[in-house]
Design a protein around this ligand. Structure first.
Ligand SMILES: Nc1ncnc2c1ncn2[C@@H]1O[C@H](COP(=O)(O)OP(=O)(O)OP(=O)(O)O)[C@@H](O)[C@H]1O
Ligand SMILES: [Mg+2]
Length: 313
């Protein structure tokens, strides 16, 4: 089956009730021969598009995040384009991690975090009461700064998600497909029963990417996925991202300007500035988002230029 068609069909999740859990029709369905799911019409959006075009996966409108009463990020509006890599860059503390967590509702898991504003995922309010955050996190997977495989075998790391999600799939096939997609198969195919901790850091990170792919997501969020890796392992992950871009929408947070310039199609620059002379609190703000080539050659805002040329941050 053509993966693009499959992925298009999976565009949005239907409303699911938080109190009753996911109905059967919203569970990941049986895998096709390529290891990706073949969704049914039941899981396709029923309402006509309201706000976004087909190329917009996320439409973020005036989002602010507070921790307790302290604002971390304010008034962010942008769109995330389908099957593009979008990089979030900016100085430490400007809210990049806070913001990327908004896209799969992992801020919900932080007790004092409060998200305001609207994020539409394929025209559907991601934060609507009837949207199941667990289903959100399956559709929108995440890879963290430090590789975090489970203390289990390579094989068990990769079957964990499909088992938890009760996917009716051939586990051997999921393991092989996800490892191939994460460009790790050739290195580990002879030792699938070995503990994941026996892999190198770069291999562990690719395993975590493979693990994220096993539950058939549409979007992959990566928060500084290479910061713990050496240049060779970093190059592997960057190559992999370019491969994955053909089928997935990717958002990456990175402190590495060259990496943002190398791998991303669009770049969003955030900063955290003191708001007024009488108030030394810093709020993260989006300065601009544009094509990566424009951000790195001719940004619209002076602050972006200063940051990418190393004059601040
Ligand atoms: N769990 C939390 N509780 C309270 N405040 C938090 C929490 N997480 C982040 N913050 C605050 O929110 C602001 C933004 O933090 P965040 O981690 O999102 O920044 P960042 O841009 O990812 O920084 P870095 O580049 O260092 O990773 C900071 O002031 C930080 O102290
Ligand atoms: Mg961060």
């Amino acid at each position: 089956m053509d993966q693009r068609t499959s992925s298009d069909q999976r565009a949005a999740f239907s409303p699911v009730r938080l109190d009753t859990g996911r109905p059967e029709t919203h569970r990941p369905s049986a895998s096709s021969t390529d290891g990706r799911s073949t969704d049914t019409a039941a899981s396709r959006p029923s309402a006509p598009p309201k706000r976004s075009t087909d190329d917009v996966v996320f439409d973020v409108d005036d989002v602010s995040v507070h921790y307790g009463s302290a604002p971390a990020l304010v008034n962010v509006s942008l769109t995330i384009q389908r099957r593009k890599i979008t990089a979030f860059i900016g100085p430490s503390g400007c809210g990049k991690s806070t913001f990327i967590r908004c896209f799969n509702r992992t801020n919900d898991l932080i007790p004092n975090a409060r998200v305001q504003g609207r994020i539409h995922y394929h025209n559907q309010d991601l934060y609507a009461k009837d949207v199941d955050p667990v289903e959100v996190r399956r559709r929108i997977g995440m890879v963290f700064q430090k590789p975090n495989p489970f203390p289990k075998s390579i094989y068990d790391n990769l079957t964990f998600g499909p088992k938890v999600n009760r996917m009716k799939v051939d586990y051997d096939e999921v393991v092989e497909t996800s490892l191939r997609r994460a460009a790790l198969w050739d290195e580990v195919k002879g030792k699938l029963k070995q503990n994941a901790y026996s892999l190198s850091g770069g291999q562990q990170q690719r395993l975590c990417i493979a693990r994220a792919l096993t539950v058939d997501p549409e979007v992959i969020l990566m928060d500084e996925p290479c910061s713990a890796l050496d240049p060779i392992a970093t190059a592997h992950i960057e190559d992999l991202m370019r491969e994955l871009e053909r089928d997935y929408t990717i958002i990456i947070v990175t402190h590495n300007m060259q990496q943002a310039a190398r791998v991303s199609d669009r770049t969003a620059f955030f900063t955290a500035e003191v708001e007024s002379e009488n108030d030394d609190r810093r709020f993260g703000r989006l300065v601009e988002i544009d094509d990566t080539s424009k951000i790195f050659s001719n940004p619209s805002d002076r602050r972006t230029e200063d940051y990418i040329s190393g004059r601040f941050g």
